[in-house]
Every structure is written in C-alpha cells, then in structure tokens.
Design a protein around this ligand. Sequence first.
Ligand code: NHF
Length: 470
Amino acid sequence: MKPLRILFLASEADPFVKVGGLGDVAGSLPYALQSLGQDLDVRLVIPFHPSIRAEGLTLVRETVFTIPHYGREVPAQVFCTDVKGLPVYLISGAPVTGSLKVYDPNPKADGEKYVFFSMAALEMARRLEWRPDVVHANDWHTAPAVYAVRRMQNDPFWQGVKTVFSVHNLGYMGAEAENALLAYGLPPVEEPLLPEWARRQPMGQALWAADAIVAVSPSYAEEIQTPEYGYGLETYLQAHSEKITGIVNGIDYSLWNPAKDSALEANFDVTRLEERARNKANLQAQFGLTELPDAPLLAMVTRFDFQKGVDIALNALRMVTAQPWQAILLGTGNATLEEAARLLEAHFHHRVAAVIRFDARLSRQIYGGADILLMPSRYEPCGLAQMIAMRYGAIPLARATGGLRDTIADGRTGFLFTEPSPSVMAAAIRRAIHAYRNRETWQAMQRAAMAEDFSWEKSARQYADLYQSL
Ligand code: NHF
C-alpha cells in the first residue's frame, strides 16, 4: 500500500518561527506523525517569513509559479528543506515578504498574506505532482486551503482529496481577509446556518468545507458548540457535530525535559524533587524576592491578554495578601494589563515581580522553580503551559475550561476553579496554599503531575486514525 500523504499547513512552526502555541504544535505534530511507524508521508508547509533565517538551512529551490489575483498574477517561490527527515516547504512571495511580522498588525495585509499562502501551498502540490490524500490546515490563516480544495472537487488533481481543519482558537477568524478571498477567487459560502458575515471569512468557510474539524481538546470541541464560546458559529457547529472531534495537543518531551534542560540552575526528575529548591532560590535572587520557606512561589507565563484572565489573577492576588505567597508574572501584550501587573509589583515589593518581556529561557526557569502556575483563562482551547508545568513539577491552578479541564485533575495534579472571577480564583489559591503547607501532600501532587503522559504519541495516533477514516 502506498503511504497516506498529508499536506500539513500552518502559519508558524518551531524551530523556524514561533509566536504562540500553534508554533509548538506545527513544530512537533508533523514529526510525531512521521515517527508513528504507520504509513504516513507528511509534509509541512509554512510561509517563508522574513524572520526565518536562511543561513544555517540547507534550502533547495523547488519551483516557481504564479497565483491569479483578480486580473494579475502574483509570483510564488517554493523552497524545501529537511528537518529530522521531515520535508518542510517554505513559500515566499510579495504578500509574505512584504510584512515583517508573522501576524501583521494590519489585518488586511495579514489577509492578503495568508490567502496567498494557502493558495500557493495547494498550487505547489500540483506543481510537484505530489497529490495529497489529506490537506490538514490550522486556524484561519490556512483555512482558505480547506475551502479551495472543496471548490476544486471537479479538478482531477483535487478530486477526492479530504480536508482536516484544526481549530486552535475560534476567536480569530480572519475577519479582514474578505477582499483577499475574493481576489484569489474564493467567494462567500452559501450556508444558511452560518451568520452572513462568517460566510465571507476564512474561519466560517473552512468550518463549512472541512471533512473533519478538530478542536484541540475534547472540552473545547463541546464548548465551541455553545453560544458562550461559539462566537455566533455555534448553530452551524451544532448541526454538524458529527464532523467535530477533540484531540488534545501534546508537548515535545525531548524539548521539555527538566532532567536535561540547560536553562535550569539544577536539573531534576521525579526522584530528585528536592533539587527544585535551588531553581526557586535562583528565581528569588534574580528578582529580589525574599527567601521564605513557607511561601509558595506563584507564577504566570503568558500572553498578557484578557483571554488569559491576567486581570482575574491580578485581582485575585490582591484578595489573598494575608497569605504567604510570592509571584512572578512573565509576559507581554495588552498595555493595560502590563500596567496593572507593574502596579501590583509596585504595591507588593519583594513579593511580586512583573517581568514584562518575552523570555523563553526565564520561562523554563519558572517552570522548573515555581511552585504553582496560574492559568485563569476565560477560554483555553488546549493550553500547553499547564502540561509543561506538570512535567516540571509545578502545580497548575487553572480555570476549568477547554484543555485545562481535560489535562488537570483537581486535587490530584492541580487545582481547578469554575467561575472566571477573582473571588473564586482567590478561594482556589487559598486551597492550594493550604495543600502546599503539607509537604507530603504537595510532593504527592508533584509526583502525580510529573507522572502524567503528555507526549505527542497518543494524540498523533488519534490524528492518524482520523486521516485513515477519511
Ligand atoms: O494550546 C495550540 C494553542 C492552544 O490553548 C491554546 C490556544 C492557541 O489558545 O493549539 O492554540
């Protein structure tokens, strides 16, 4: 039997370029699929973003062609490289090179870039005479490819090709891509169950066109079918729930390993938990926090965004100041939230450090040294930080939503709370601090958290089964 061919499209993929969780997923799932030992031929396609450094990559120029855009033709170039045996294609062209950021602050330019990229990725497959069995797209940026494949079912090359569309975040739909869609030949879908506006957007079109929709956790798969999380698309999604599944993401265990992580002051594993104390002391010294034996070190490593509930956490912390805790807040994003974090630091000097920057190394030190990771997300399709934290023996305290609910066992591997309000979160923090004071309880939780298996293999198998079923 010839291997099943999967064309995997994403806007970002580690180690080429990573902005958020999607970069982690696209940077590890294709490899995990490839290493399943099943007969899969996976090829990853991403835009050749200006931030991707060509030095150090062995690039082969594969093909050049043009993509029709209204009356004119937009040239596209395809380069190929190989990472750990996985072919990776990088697509270049004016809409990609024209914007310095992976996600352009101008949403119209972003629309042009990603519709172009999606169309070029498909045309590439044709030029290379590599007919995929499944096109797997991720989020709105590559959604146009799903819709285009559906529209080309009369074309002998695309006839019978199936599509999988993974939803990592339904909240971002590519609202400003409408003109680009029209320019590249993708008209609104005619689907009465979708709101009128969604018929003209990449997200709505791909949900309609996809043979299978994957939400990045089982809970999120249910949530997107409700008015609270469905953003107006829930009616359509409810009516087509048979094509929706939830598959939780994994993390790359070779990249996230506290026994080998060179960012850590002290490496450790589940049998040497006491080593974490040195990592904690290192963090306290770095940020001028007093060493207090009884105080758990709470941490946030996040985009400063309302989705992530940063405001909820900041307010909750103010409600529990009578308790002995310290906190490190790492991240950047919304200016109001950044300011609120700085203000908390100003009010609670020697207790709170607001570190307003992107710092991958420090994030590792936090996972390896903090006691509790706070994730009060208003919604969280999957969440990766809680899985990394658990692998590093930091106990997550999170809102019971999406993937957080699916990966954290309340009272055993972490703490969950339901209502997204500061007082409810404050109650959960009190509960966690109480547990922290009992050394045995705490170590039992750490061991249970570290024993969970969040490696990609299980999830990759679920994706492989889904491809096969299509
Ligand atoms: O983990 C990758 C990530 C998720 O919850 C995360 C999110 C965006 O919001 O699937 O995508």
